[in-house]
Design a protein around this ligand. Structure first.
Ligand code: PMP
Length: 454
C-alpha cells in the first residue's frame, strides 16, 4: 500500500471512518468507494480539487465527466445566480420558457431528436427511453451490450461487469446486483460490443421479441465503436422493427456538440442525455422521433382549443406515464444552457481534443520509458489507460489487461495529486489548459516511477 497516500490524507480517513457509522460504506453511491478509502474534498476551482487536508489534485474525474467546463465556471455560476435572482423562487412547478428553449437547442443539435422530455438523472432518461420503446413495439425484451452502463436500476444492471469469457462464446446474462427480480434476467439479451457478426446472429434469433437495443455509442465513454459495427446495428434494428436507443449520457456534448450521433453520422430512434447537459447539476433528457415521444403526451387526441365538454381525452392506460416533481428545473436548465453556449464558441472542442491528445501521448511515452506495457484509448476529451500490449475494442479485452497494476498506478497517481476514481476513465475540461497538462505529466512521471520501483 502507498504509505504516502495514508500520510497525506489523515483527515479523509478520519471522516470516512465517521461516515461509515452512519452511511453504508461511508459513501452515498457505491461508485464513490475505493480502497483504501475515498478522499474527502471540500473545495474546487478550474481544473483543481482540494481535499480536507488541503492537498491539491488535478481533477480528471470531473464528477464522472459532467464538468466539461471545469469547476466553478464563471458563465455557469453567473447564469445560476441570475436565474435565482430573477425568478424570485427556486422552482415554479409549472411550465416555463427555458424548457422550450433547451428543447429547441437539443432538436437543432442532435440529428435523432425531434421532441424532448426532461428527467432528473441519466438513469431516469434511459428508463423512460426503454419504456417508450416497449410501448411503441409491444415487445418485452431489451437487448443491451456487455459492459455498457445505463444507470443503477433493475432492467439494465445486467452484465455491466461481466466475467471473462472465451472469444467465440456469446456474452452471459449476469445480474450485477443483489435484489434483481428474475423477470429482468429472463427478458434481457446481452450482446458483444464491436462484434457485428455475433450481434447480428443474436438479434436475428430474438427478432420478434426485442423491443429495443440500447448502447453507449462509445463504451464507457472511452472505447470507440467501429463505424461498420455502429452502422450495422442501425440497419439491423431498422430491419427487425426494434427501437435503437443511444445512451449519450457520457458522449452527449463530449465527443462534440451533437454527441456520438453527430460524430459518427449514425442516427438512433431515441437518445438519452445527462451529465454535461446539467452544467454540474442533476439532469437527464430523452429525445427522439416525434411519433414515439408523443406516446407520453397527455394532450394526445384531445383538442386543447376546443371547449366541447364531450370531447374525450385518452385514458391513462393509453398514455405512457412519465413524471417527476423536479423535471425541467429552471435553475438546472439555466446552468445547462450556459454550458452549451460556452461549448458553442468556435474552437472549444478542437482545444479540448488537442489537450487530450497531448496528455495521452505524454503518458504513453512515460509508460514506455519505464517499461510498463500499456497505452491509452479514447474518443474526444475522455480516455483510459489500458495496461496491455494489445489494442482494446471491448470490455473483454479490458478484463484481460493488468487491472491490479492499474489500481496500483491509480493510487500512486492520487498520492501525486492526480485525481481519478481508480480504474475509471480520465475526462478533461476546458480548464485543463496546456500548463495543467504539463503539470499532470510531471506528476504522472513521478507516479509511474514509484510504481516501477515497486
Ligand atoms: N448512462 C450512462 C452512459 C452513464 O455514464 C450514466 C452515469 N455514469 C448513466 C446512464 C446514469 O446517469 P446518472 O448517474 O445521472 O443517473
Amino acid at each position: 500500500m502507498e504509505t504516502s497516500y495514508l500520510q497525506k490524507t489523515p483527515t479523509s480517513l478520519q471522516l470516512h471512518n465517521e461516515a461509515k457509522q452512519f452511511i453504508p460504506g461511508g459513501v452515498t453511491a457505491n461508485i464513490k468507494f475505493f480502497a483504501p478509502y475515498p478522499i474527502v474534498m471540500n473545495r474546487a476551482g478550474g481544473a483543481y480539487l482540494y481535499d480536507v487536508d488541503q492537498n491539491p489534485y488535478i481533477d480528471y474525474n470531473l464528477c464522472y465527466g459532467a464538468l466539461i467546463l471545469g469547476h466553478g465556471n464563471e458563465r455557469v455560476t453567473a447564469a445560476v445566480r441570475e436565474q435565482l435572482a430573477t425568478m424570485g423562487t427556486t422552482i415554479f412547478g409549472t411550465p416555463h420558457r427555458l424548457e422550450t428553449e433547451m428543447a429547441k437547442l437539443l432538436i437543432d443539435l442532435y440529428p435523432g431528436i425531434e421532441s424532448v422530455r426532461y428527467t432528473n438523472s441519466g438513469l431516469e432518461a434511459t428508463l423512460l427511453a426503454i419504456r417508450l420503446a416497449t410501448a411503441w413495439t409491444g415487445r418485452k425484451k431489451l437487448a443491451k451490450f456487455e459492459g455498457h452502463y445505463h444507470g443503477g436500476y433493475d432492467q439494465v444492471l445486467i452484465s455491466v461487469h461481466p466475467s471473462e469469457r472465451e472469444r467465440n462464446h456469446p456474452p452471459a446474462v449476469k445480474p450485477d446486483s443483489l435484489g434483481l427480480p428474475d423477470y429482468y434476467t429472463e427478458n434481457t439479451v446481452v450482446l458483444p460490443f464491436n462484434d457485428l457478426e455475433q450481434t447480428a446472429e443474436i438479434l436475428k434469433k430474438h427478432r420478434h421479441e426485442i423491443a429495443a437495443v440500447i448502447l453507449e455509442p462509445v463504451q464507457g465513454g472511452y472505447l470507440p465503436p467501429d463505424l461498420a459495427f455502429l452502422r450495422g446495428v442501425r440497419e439491423l434494428t431498422k430491419e427487425y422493427g426494434m427501437v435503437l436507443i443511444f445512451d449519450e449520457v457520457k458522449t452527449g456534448f463530449r465527443v462534440g456538440l451533437s454527441g456520438a450521433q453527430g460524430r459518427y453520422g449514425v442516427t438512433p430512434d431515441l437518445t438519452a442525455l445527462g451529465k454535461v447537459l446539467g452544467g454540474g447539476f442533476p439532469i437527464g433528457a430523452v429525445g427522439g422521433q416525434r411519433e414515439i415521444m408523443e406516446l407520453c403526451s397527455p394532450a394526445r387526441g384531445a383538442d386543447i382549443l376546443s371547449n366541447d365538454p364531450h370531447q374525450s381525452s385518452p385514458s391513462d392506460t393509453e398514455i405512457l406515464f412519465h413524471s417527476g416533481t423536479y423535471n425541467g428545473h429552471p435553475m438546472i436548465l439555466a446552468a445547462g444552457l450556459a454550458t452549451i453556449r460556452s461549448l458553442q464558441q468556435p474552437g472549444t472542442y478542437a482545444q479540448l481534443e488537442e489537450g487530450t491528445m497531448k496528455l495521452r501521448r505524454g503518458m504513453e511515452e512515460i509508460l514506455d520509458r519505464f517499461g510498463i506495457p500499456g497505452h491509452t484509448v479514447g474518443e474526444g476529451s475522455i480516455f483510459n489507460i489500458v495496461l496491455a500490449d494489445q489494442r482494446v475494442k471491448q470490455i473483454q479485452d479490458v478484463l484481460r489487461s493488468d487491472l491490479s497494476l492499474r489500481k496500483e498506478l491509480d493510487v500512486a497517481l492520487l498520492s501525486q495529486g492526480i485525481y481519478i476514481k481508480p480504474l475509471n476513465r480520465f475526462s478533461l475540461s476546458t480548464a485543463h489548459r496546456s500548463e495543467v497538462i504539463h503539470e499532470t505529466l510531471e506528476r504522472f512521471e513521478q507516479g509511474v516511477k514509484r510504481l516501477a520501483k515497486g
